[in-house]
Design a protein around this ligand. Structure first.
Ligand code: TYM
Length: 347
């Protein structure tokens, strides 16, 4: 892949922030700290925010049709409960704006097989039997590029695991602009991978990402966990025989401790250095209860609001309908323009 940013003329359109979360259920602390809390922090940054529920992406692996709509509402509830204001931010289901699928097809014809062959997330998700994976799982990152470019998004807040998909998006944008002689048409979006918790790790294994696909529920804090469960998971989280590190101490050989400090820092909006300075030399018997209290007090209002919203699906549906209409207002003119650029017949 080449980085098209070196040669392409700059995009001159307005700033727009966009991100998405899959509608595959079971949000965890990694999603909250790496994505939801970051989105909320960006809401008043001066650029409009577009946040969608990636239901088209969710079906790249099997989803029970009887549950999918409820899963979509649950992610929408998480956006709102995390502090996003539907009047300011556009919250919508991806499948409700049909231009996502249309642009994805066009970009499938721009992206190269060799580029997709390098995607590590496909390799991880398809496992040993890639011939049994859906074709959608393979072209997943192209749909992601379409999500972003359809809104000409300039900034995309995500966790670290999405970095490669964002690089691919930039390559696809650059190639489209070059192939169709449309310099600067699509922006080359910047990934915003920021804060102390861009990669929250499992509570049981500091080498594995916190993930909904981990078979051990003890490995993650779910946004649906109650206070006792959260506290117990943190109490039982893996650490080591040492004490809390001194400021400046390297932690690469203590990944579990590093992870807990990062979680504390992200939850309290402080830096890792501040947290290390506060707890230096203390045992985990002091640190873990402090972290458990912090996690419970930070997550309790979010989970309570999520539950309240889930009990009122009509309110969520209003937000999603309104968001889809506003999103289509941006997306429809862009897809019409793209079709013209590609040269499709027009009436
Ligand atoms: P998804 O649903 O897997 O994850 C949603 C967001 O949560 C972040 N995340 C984490 N951050 C820190 N630590 C973790 N352990 C952790 N696990 C997940 C992810 O990085 C992501 O930001 N492909 C996207 C969905 C998507 C999208 C898009 C995102 C579809 N189209 C366009 C941005 C722009 C995904 O896998 O989300």
């Amino acid at each position: 892949m080449t980085d098209a940013s070196a040669t392409a003329p700059a995009y001159t359109g307005p700033r727009r922030i966009l991100s998405g979360i899959q509608a595959s259920g079971a949000l965890h602390l990694g999603n909250y700290l790496g994505a939801l809390k970051r989105f909320t922090a960006l809401q008043d940054s001066g650029a409009p925010c577009f946040l969608f529920v990636a239901d088209l992406h969710a079906i790249t692996v099997w989803q029970d049709p009887a549950l999918l709509a409820a899963q979509t509402r649950e992610i929408a509830a998480a956006y709102i409960a995390s502090g996003l204001d539907p009047a300011k931010s556009t919250i919508f289901p991806q499948s409700a704006v049909r231009a996502h699928a249309e642009l994805a097809w066009i970009l499938n014809c721009v992206a190269r097989l060799g580029w997709l062959d390098r995607m590590t997330q496909f390799k991880e998700k398809s496992g040993k039997h890639k011939e049994r994976a859906s074709v959608g799982l393979y072209t997943y990152p192209v749909l992601q590029a379409a999500d972003i470019l359809l809104y000409k998004a300039t900034e995309v807040p995500v966790g670290e695991d999405q970095k490669q998909h964002l690089e691919l998006t930039r390559d696809i944008a650059g190639k489209f602009n070059t192939d169709f002689n449309a310099p600067g048409y699509f922006p080359l979006p910047e990934p915003l991978i920021q804060g102390p918790a861009t990669r929250v790790m499992s509570l049981r294994d500091g080498a594995a990402k916190m993930s909904k696909s981990d078979p051990s529920d003890q490995s993650r804090i779910n946004l649906t966990d109650d206070a006792d469960t959260i506290a117990s998971k943190i109490r039982k989280s893996k650490t080591d025989m040492g004490v809390m590190p001194e400021p400046g101490e390297g932690l690469d050989d203590r990944p579990e401790v590093k992870n807990l400090i990062a979680i504390y820092a992200a939850l309290s909006d402080r830096t890792r250095e501040e947290i290390t300075a506060e707890f230096a030399g203390q045992g985990f018997g002091a640190f873990k209860p402090a972290l458990a209290d912090l996690a419970v007090s930070s997550l309790a209002p979010v989970t309570a609001e999520m539950r309240r919203l889930m009990d009122d699906p009509a309110e969520i549906d209003r937000v999603l309908r309104d968001g889809a209409e506003r999103a289509a207002g941006i997306a429809d003119p862009v897809i019409a323009e793209v079709k013209k650029i590609v040269g499709f017949w027009q009436a």
